[in-house]
Design a binder for this molecule. Structure first.
Ligand SMILES: Cc1cc2nc3c(=O)[nH]c(=O)nc-3n(C[C@H](O)[C@H](O)[C@H](O)COP(=O)(O)OP(=O)(O)OC[C@H]3O[C@@H](n4cnc5c(N)ncnc54)[C@H](O)[C@@H]3O)c2cc1C
Length: 639
């Protein structure tokens, strides 16, 4: 590499919906010396994923019920462990962020009077959800990429940022640059006043995952720099196909397919395994139907609601070591549409879904849903669709204030899924809104407060040089290491799915934490095999994933030991219970007093520090126009 450093005002790391938006918003505010560094425009979750009807959440704009930022914030706060100020900002800016996308050409549906119609999503009392179809986040990215190109915002693709450079300033840590590697193994140093960190969720952590396979995330890079994280144990898990990663929500479940398990070979010992857990086919088929719009696994529904399905799928795959498939060619044994719960009956009647098989009903209600699998090489007319309970989203992430600046590393702005602004549960679609709002907030703050140069460039060069030396030493150790990167990656992913997913047991977690700690120390000291320079990115990505998996597991173990109990998408089971024969009495119930607190986790001096902080209140504030105007004019809102 050239060891010389480029100096920028702001680097945006990542080009998902959040990172792209931050770049556009910065440029609009006159912050010109910016650069997007990314693995690639075709990488990440936003441009590669979707769902039956991928949802965007914003304040309601249609219908006769009134809505307001405070009402919407209350929906964010209802499940607990969310900061009130962040909820208010996400609500208050949701329309601004939404209309930005509309103006950039994202074709959200409206009626002939110009009203943006909405529907209800999970945890949403007010029809705030909207969608452009299965690929809302992709359409957002494409519109933002067009705008970025029009504005001539510079971008360097094929850069993997593996180190945040930090310095001390007035007794506090601040970020001052990054170290990135390219596919040939060349290292690149950049100095920057500000880093907008938009690297997405921790997609690479789980074996069973519906994050796109190309997306690993990089939260471990910020954790290694000492950034505080929050709510790491609060993730979302649900049923998804595994060969082609896609949520089997909506009409995939409303068409009521048959759940089949087989031996590990995928064909022998075929069984309709759900039947053994239910008293009759009617309740079972109603639960399958409900999974359509109760997609995430929910602890509260694990024994008497539709989340039983996820639980039984988990038992079949993880405990009995069998494989589970959806068969759309045949109805579940005993399927009788007239005996379904009234809600399901009414829905199928209104949709005219009276066809003889699940596939025919699916094609009738949503032809694109069946076609989608065909486009990805899976013909559900002739084969079964393999599924598992998969990790889909992390509500937690890096902790930041109401301008999306890290709570402890100044000038670092985590935006998008890597920002942990959500609590125990979130309305469907709020992840995409949070990314757009966070990008806007960070850009506004940087333009107002951080647009001038403050860095001592010689000092940053010395910090960069030191980081480069450490990296080269690590890679030198890797050249002598035997254990391979794919082997360690498999190990950490299977550990996360076993111990850190939606079923949590203290004993299993405690063992997993010891193994994770051992892996992290071993990897740091010995490295892993690096045969040629082209493998450098994969090795450095494994390194940050390894630290992330340790911090996540330690946080989950701490949470379980603190007896927070079962909530959101996680079921905590008493140690020593027979998981194969799980009953509700084995479950640790939720302790609701924890809804007022947020777990903060920080990696420091080789240890993970945990602490509870009280949720910040929903701001009431003085909304008298003259008062707010005066504060706005003086720039007081940024202090
Ligand atoms: C199957 C599925 C369905 C979903 N459905 C919905 C939904 O209906 N509604 C909703 O609101 N949310 C949904 N989500 C969640 C939502 O899609 C994501 O939270 C969101 O797209 C994340 O956007 P992002 O910009 O933060 O990250 P991403 O889109 O993941 O982008 C991250 C970017 O950072 C880059 N990057 C990562 N690490 C590095 C590094 N070290 N160096 C350089 N670049 C790096 C990546 O290449 C990528 O460009 C869904 C998620 C999944 C998986």
């Amino acid at each position: 590499m050239g060891d010389e450093m480029r100096y920028l005002n702001t680097i945006i790391v990542g080009s998902g919906a959040a990172g792209l938006s931050a770049a556009v918003q910065l440029k609009r505010r006159g912050v010109d010396n910016i650069l997007v560094l990314t693995e690639g425009l075709a990488m990440g979750t936003s441009i590669n994923t979707g769902s039956d009807k991928q949802t965007y959440y914003k304040m309601a704009l249609c219908g006769s019920n009134s809505d307001s930022p405070v009402e919407m914030a209350r929906s964010y706060l209802s499940a607990g462990s969310t900061h009130g100020d962040l909820a208010l900002v996400e609500a208050a800016l949701s329309l601004r962020a939404f209309f930005n996308l509309v103006e950039l050409g994202v074709d959200f549906p409206r009626d002939r009077w110009g009203r943006f119609v909405g529907y209800k999503t999970d945890h949403d009392p007010a029809t705030r959800a909207t969608s452009v179809g299965p690929y809302t986040s992709r359409e957002m990215c494409l519109a933002l990429i067009r705008e970025m190109r029009r504005m001539k915002i510079p971008i360097e693709e094929h850069r993997f940022v593996h180190k945040l450079l930090t310095a001390n300033e007035d007794g506090r840590k601040r970020v001052c640059g990054v170290l990135a590697v390219d596919p040939e193994g060349e290292q690149h140093l950049y100095a920057a006043e500000n880093i907008v960190f938009a690297v997405g969720g921790p997609g690479g952590l789980y074996q069973h995952s519906v994050y796109p396979a190309v997306h690993s995330g990089a939260v471990g890079v910020a954790l290694e720099a000492g950034a505080t994280a929050c709510n790491l144990p609060e993730s979302q898990f649900g049923l998804a196909s595994v060969k082609f990663r896609w949520n089997v929500s909506g009409t995939y479940m409303q068409s009521v397919p048959t759940f089949i398990s087989t031996a590990f070979d995928g064909c022998s010992e075929r069984r309709e395994f759900l039947a053994e857990h239910y008293d009759g086919a009617d309740t079972l088929c109603s639960d399958i139907f409900l999974k359509g719009y109760q997609w995430p696994f929910q602890a509260a529904r694990a024994f008497s609601g539709s989340s039983r399905i996820d639980l039984f799928v988990y038992l079949e795959t993880e405990i009995r070591k069998r494989r589970v498939f959806l068969d759309f060619r045949v109805n579940p044994s005993g399927y009788d549409p007239a005996a379904l719960m009234p809600e399901a009956r009414a829905y199928l009647n209104r949709s005219g879904a009276h066809q003889a098989t699940p596939l025919a009903r699916l094609r009738h209600m949503n032809p694109a849903a069946a076609q989608l699998y065909l486009e990805h090489g899976i013909d559900i007319e002739n084969e079964m669709l393999e599924i598992a309970v998969c990790a889909q989203h992390n509500n937690g992430g890096l902790a930041a204030d109401h301008w999306w600046e890290s709570v402890d590393i100044k000038h670092l702005f985590p935006v998008g899924e890597v920002n942990g602004s959500h609590g125990v549960a979130r309305p469907g679609g709020s992840a995409l809104n949070a990314g757009q709002v966070g990008a806007l907030r960070a850009a506004e703050f940087i333009a107002a407060r951080y647009s001038n140069p403050t860095l001592d460039q010689r000092k940053v060069e010395s910090i960069g040089g030191q980081a480069l030396t450490e990296c080269r030493e690590f890679l030198a150790r890797c050249r002598n290491a035997r254990v391979s990167q794919p082997e360690l990656l498999r190990e950490l992913r299977s550990r996360m799915s076993r111990a850190g997913a939606h079923i949590r047991v203290e004993g299993t977690l405690s063992e997993a934490v010891s193994e994770a700690r051992e892996l992290w120390h071993r990897l740091d000291s010995d490295g892993c095999a690096l045969k040629d320079a082209a493998e450098t990115t994969r090795v450095l990505s494994l390194r940050q994933l390894s630290l992330a998996h340790l911090v996540y597991l330690e946080s989950i173990l701490y949470y379980v030991r603190q007896r927070v109990g079962s909530r959101g998408s996680a079921l905590v089971i008493e140690d020593g219970s027979n998981i194969g024969d799980l009953k509700s009495r084995h479950v640790v119930p939720e302790d609701v007093t924890f809804r007022d607190k947020i777990l903060e986790s920080r990696y420091e001096c080789g240890r993970v520090q945990q602490r509870w902080v009280a949720c910040r209140e929903l701001p009431v504030g003085d909304t008298w126009f003259e008062t707010v105007w005066a504060e706005y004019r003086s720039g007081g809102i940024y202090h």
